[in-house]
Write a protein that binds this ligand. Structure first.
Ligand SMILES: [Zn+2]
Ligand SMILES: [Zn+2]
Length: 91
């Protein structure tokens, strides 16, 4: 997924690392652990629950790459469904 890094704070990496520390380097959704060598496992990422990287005090979640992708698919689907409802306001 394309990430617009210009919206992220300069110290984003430090923030993300601190969150992963607090989450014990585990995915908050499936519990997968972070593998230092990155060969077989899990690259942990930090997800903006409300999709607002420009927010200085956002809701954040530590997710493995797989759950992160799933979460974004879900958000996209929800978005689409919302837009469809707008097209049919009678529903
Ligand atoms: Zn996960
Ligand atoms: Zn995300």
């Amino acid at each position: 997924m394309p990430v617009d890094w210009t919206k992220y704070p300069d110290d984003w990496e430090a923030i993300a690392n601190k969150l992963k520390d607090e989450a014990d380097w585990q995915c908050e959704q499936c519990g997968a652990g972070h593998m230092e060598d990155g060969t077989m496992g899990t690259c942990l990422t930090v997800h903006h629950v409300k999709q607002d990287p420009e927010n200085p005090d956002p809701d954040l979640q530590v997710l493995c790459a797989r759950c992160h992708l799933k979460e974004h698919r879900r958000l996209k689907r929800e978005e689409r469904e919302k837009n469809q409802l707008k097209l049919f306001p009678g529903n």
